[in-house]
Design a binder for this molecule. Structure first.
Ligand code: PHE
Length: 432
């Protein structure tokens, strides 16, 4: 079929876009604390296993749906399972990122505000700022930024932005980590995060590791389906999957090396979530400024720039999912499709920006219900509904990837049997 769709221009472009989606707030505000509380290096080992044997296979399933069909989430299901109810999975995969974008961009707005404030180190009090009119305005600006990048197109917008952002993100996080680990008293932070403690490892640790890795790689919400539809047929799926998971983990560990030493050097209890980034760290930056205002300003600006860019590369991937659907299924122009997504998420997000109760509720519904359902259905579709030969063909790029040929049986087993059961267990465990 003639195809006028744009594609990512190179392997680096594809991995930068995928890693950009993966690297986000989850890596910065959740991963370091989760590692510290769940057994340090022991948790990291379990996390790597969970990523390799579960998240990466789910990534494969979504990738196969996207690249095989060469279409947006809904179009993908229509092409691969015509006339069936599987179109509903496509709709779910468009609904979930739209809802997530609505509140994710609220945090993006906070990040931009704190980035601007870090030039003068005059941070607002997070408690009163977070549901103010200013927070809502900043949300609108951040959302508009994400949409402008997507309106630029797959190549000129998303690809260009990702290819620039990913190297900048890594330079920033490595620079910050080098600074942070050399702080006096910072070693205790590394100790807290990494010291292996198998006594802390229990059933819950596995549930945490799987849940975090699933969210962090941006599974279950149509992003991999959509991005994979822009990836060349020749590209190696295994390299895309392991590359994305690897960059994501590397960044998360480095984020821990930035945050934990700084927190311990300041003698503060570590924590996670918005409070860590928007309360604890600003407090640390302000206290650092007593010794050297210039250094404190540079570190604060670098830190909030990292948070803002990391969030932006993720929200761009969220915007693209419904936009791709509107362009291909509703025949809209990219510009108007993006504007419509901006309007809808702007309205839902304004409620979240002004009322953190709505924010929390939406976050729970998306992460605990919609994402696992999306993930399970994708693996069931690829493992049980698609023809095995088609799956193999896609996994091996039409047979040209000989190494993948050998890996196929194992990967297929993981997708068909292991992933559905594991995600179902995680899903149920959220309610007990
Ligand atoms: N993977 C992102 C993170 O770690 C989370 C994300 C969620 C990305 C939703 C895109 C969409 O923060």
């Amino acid at each position: 079929m003639a195809n006028s769709r744009e594609n990512f221009g190179s392997r680096f472009a594809a991995i930068a876009a995928l890693a950009g989606s993966a690297i986000g707030l989850g890596n910065i505000w959740r991963f370091p604390y989760m590692v510290g509380e769940n057994g340090g290096a022991a948790f990291i080992l379990i996390y790597i296993a969970a990523s390799l044997f579960l998240s990466v296979p789910i990534f494969f399933a979504e990738f196969i749906i996207g690249r095989r069909s060469g279409a947006n989430c809904f179009g993908a299901m229509k092409r691969l399972a015509p006339g069936s109810k599987w179109g509903l999975l496509g709709i779910l995969c468009i609904l979930t990122p739209t809802l997530i974008l609505s509140y994710y961009a609220v945090v993006g707005g906070w990040s931009i505000t704190y980035l601007l404030r870090s030039f003068t180190l005059a941070f607002p009090s997070f408690g009163s700022f977070s549901s103010s009119g200013w927070a809502c305005t900043a949300f609108g600006i951040y959302l508009a930024l994400s949409c402008i990048i997507v309106a630029g197109g797959v190549k000129k917008g998303i690809e260009t932005f990702s290819k620039i952002s990913i190297p900048i993100l890594f330079i920033l996080i490595v620079g910050l980590a080098v600074y942070s680990v050399t702080l006096k008293g910072g070693a205790a932070g590394i100790d807290y995060m990494l010291k292996p403690d198998w006594s802390k490892v229990g059933a819950r640790t596995f549930v945490n590791a799987i849940g975090q890795s699933f969210y962090s790689i941006s599974l279950g919400m149509g992003i991999i389906i959509t991005y994979a539809s822009y990836i060349s047929k020749k590209e190696n799926i295994v390299i895309s999957g392991i590359g994305t998971a690897g960059f994501d983990l590397f960044f998360a560990v480095l984020a821990g090396f930035v945050i934990m030493p700084a927190v311990f050097a300041a003698g503060i209890e570590p924590g996670s979530g918005p409070g860590l980034i928007f309360d604890t760290l600003p407090f640390i930056f302000v206290s650092m400024s007593e010794a050297s205002p210039l250094l404190a300003t540079v570190v604060a600006v670098a830190f909030f720039l990292t948070v803002t860019i990391a969030a932006l590369t993720s929200s761009v991937s969220l915007v693209e999912v419904p936009v791709a659907w509107l362009i291909e299924e509703k025949k809209m122009k990219r510009g108007s499709a993006t504007l419509l997504v901006f309007a809808v998420t702007g309205i839902i997000g304004a409620f979240c920006a002004l009322n953190l109760g709505v924010f929390d509720w939406l976050d729970k519904v998306c992460c605990n219900v919609l994402l696992p359902i999306g993930g399970i259905l994708c693996v069931i579709f690829v493992g049980w509904i698609m023809k095995k030969d088609d799956v193999r063909d896609e996994f091996t790029s039409g047979g040209i990837r000989k190494g993948n040929q050998r890996l196929f049986a194992f990967a297929y087993f993981l997708v068909k049997y292991v992933a559905p059961v594991a995600v179902a267990v995680i899903f149920i465990s959220n309610f007990i």
